[in-house]
Write a protein that binds this ligand. Structure first.
Ligand SMILES: Cc1cc2nc3c(=O)[nH]c(=O)nc-3n(C[C@H](O)[C@H](O)[C@H](O)COP(=O)(O)O)c2cc1C
Length: 180
């Protein structure tokens, strides 16, 4: 797919919105690629008001993982009453690979069962660019790599990771098409 397929205009009356929260840009990058592929508007979570979602049928929410929790999940939980009638897809970006069983924990520590059973979840790999980390995050990485020196993921993150690939969105895009 590689971002070349755009949902044909007029094929569906469904309205969608892509909402993301991103600190260093990888989640934003995935959200923007999805926006190009689907034609859905892309919004930073901090600019979204619940009333903006009134006529939206499909919400794609992307958040990065900090200490095993999907950022922005609190917003989704807080507004779940207004959102639960919509088709909700969540993606996360993390240092962990999508195949890592930790990603199941990310979902479990971010959402209660009644929300988990209503959403589709796609873990994606993000980016840790050591040169871009602020002082606090850089120190957190250093401390984690000392405390958990036997943890392969911590060791990988401490060296830097770039797992952002457009084709990682193929399966998510197919899922969105199946909702239309
Ligand atoms: C302070 C900090 C804590 C993180 N904690 C985790 C974590 O617990 N598990 C994980 O897999 N990745 C973790 N990561 C990696 C981020 O989830 C990853 O870099 C993500 O792609 C960042 O998204 P962004 O570029 O949109 O800000 C952490 C990164 C930082 C900077």
């Amino acid at each position: 797919m590689g971002g070349t397929i755009v949902v044909p205009k007029g094929r569906s009356q469904m309205k969608g919105m892509i909402i993301y929260t991103s600190k260093y840009g990888s989640t934003k990058q995935y959200a923007e690629w999805l926006g190009e592929d689907t034609g859905f508007p892309v919004r930073d979570l901090k600019d979204v008001k619940v009333k903006d979602l009134n006529d939206v049928d499909i919400i794609v929410f992307g958040g990065w993982v900090l200490a095993s929790k999907i950022q922005g999940s609190s917003w989704l939980k807080k507004n779940w009453n207004n959102i639960k009638t919509k088709k909700v897809t969540v993606f996360s970006t993390s240092g962990a690979q999508p195949t890592n069983e930790l990603t199941v924990k990310f979902l479990e520590s971010s959402f209660p069962p009644e929300i988990r059973e209503k959403i589709a979840y796609f873990p994606l790999r993000g980016r840790v660019d050591l040169e871009k980390l602020n002082l606090l995050d850089s120190n957190m990485m250093k401390i984690a790599s000392k405390l958990f020196r036997d943890d392969p993921l911590v060791n990988e993150m401490a060296k830097g990771i770039d797992g952002v690939r457009r084709d990682a969105l193929d399966v998510l895009f197919e899922h969105i098409q199946s909702l239309l």
